[in-house]
Design a protein around this ligand. Structure first.
Ligand SMILES: NC(=O)c1ccc[n+]([C@@H]2O[C@H](COP(=O)([O-])OP(=O)(O)OC[C@H]3O[C@@H](n4cnc5c(N)ncnc54)[C@H](O)[C@@H]3O)[C@@H](O)[C@H]2O)c1
Length: 306
């Protein structure tokens, strides 16, 4: 089954977490247009139901499940339900994520748990439950090919200031995904790992609070740096020129080419090179706003003189 073409998607099954909005919803739309069975998992019940109705109306089989990816048992139940309904899935998109910014020492303990719980442990659980299923299917069926796509971020490759826990979570997803790739190469030829690293793209990501469960809320109100991070992030995301639908297409192109790293803005990788050079030369981390000094100056002024 090489190279992969659109005919390889027809009738296969895609599991998408964070399916009710943004990249996840666009991934479901594209999967449906390719004739796939679509499993939609999300923590927001009403948007999930609306997304599932929309995808079903495209004429494919759907399985919507309300899942909080922070919880191992809920992702395990998702995997069992998928297997019972459609068999082992061929594509798993561990995509659910939330954003939280601010100075790194100002996140409360519940915020750390929430951001790492969704962005990192959600991916951990997806990898933990779906990879063994795919490896088993690969052994049993010579035609089986599996793909696991983890959504990280450019924030998993560079560290912009005032993005605290988000940077930490996304670096961990890149590390997890690169290790998954290497581990799969030890034991498998037909189960593949990929990592998506988008830059700023208009989605609901700056409104992650809407998907924040009660148990993940700190009692303290947001700090000044957190409010600033939210405003800066919302502006950057809203002004993104690449759409979430474009990103979903880039991901499917990468699946066909078996590319590991998937970028929404390949021309914006300069800071990744700068970071690598800083490390190799033993330099202190460069100013991430070197190319846009006015933004760095604004952030510094706002945080020093609230
Ligand atoms: N939009 C961007 O600029 C951007 C850039 C880099 C990375 N990302 C990443 O892309 C992924 C998708 O985000 P998006 O931009 O489409 O945002 P989005 O808010 O539109 O979609 C995220 C979805 O994840 C769901 N979700 C949140 N917590 C969950 C939980 N505990 N369990 C299950 N589902 C949960 C939300 O309900 C929502 O439907 C995230 O991992 C995000 O970090 C986004």
């Amino acid at each position: 089954m090489n190279p992969m073409s659109t005919s390889n998607f027809q009738g296969r099954t895609a599991v998408v977490t964070g399916a009710a909005s943004g990249f996840g919803l666009e991934t479901c739309r594209l999967a449906a247009r390719l004739g796939m069975n679509v499993v939609l998992a999300d923590v927001m019940a009403e948007p999930l139901a609306a997304a599932a109705a929309e995808i079903e109306a495209l004429g494919v089989a759907v399985l919507p499940m309300r899942v909080d990816v922070r919880h191992a048992a809920e992702v395990e139940a998702l995997a069992q339900a998928v297997r019972a309904r459609f068999g082992v899935p061929h594509f798993v998109f561990n995509n659910a994520g939330v954003s939280a910014g601010g100075l790194i020492w100002e996140h409360g303990p519940k915020e750390w748990d929430w951001v790492l719980g969704v962005n990192l442990m959600g991916v951990v659980h997806g990898v933990r439950v779906f990879t063994p299923m795919m490896l088993e299917a690969e052994k049993a069926d010579p035609d089986f090919e599996g793909h696991i796509v983890n959504t990280a971020s450019m924030a998993g490759l560079v560290n912009m200031p005032n993005m605290g826990a988000y940077n930490v979570s996304k670096h961990a997803v890149v590390a997890l995904s690169e290790t998954l790739y290497q581990d799969l190469r030890l034991v498998s030829d037909r189960v593949h790992a990929h990592v998506l690293c988008p830059y700023f793209v208009p989605t609901g990501i700056c409104h992650s609070e809407r998907a924040r469960p009660e148990d993940a809320r700190d009692a303290a109100p947001p700090t000044h740096s957190q409010l600033v991070a939210h405003a800066v992030g919302a502006k950057a995301v809203a002004s993104g020129k690449v759409s979430a639908a474009d990103v979903a297409q880039f991901v499917f192109d990468a699946l066909c080419d078996k590319r590991f790293y998937v970028f929404s803005h390949p021309k914006a990788l300069g800071p990744v090179m700068t970071r690598a050079q800083d490390i190799l030369r033993g330099e202190r981390p460069s100013d991430p706003y070197a190319a846009r000094p006015e933004l760095g100056a604004h952030l510094k002024a706002t945080l020093r003189h609230p």
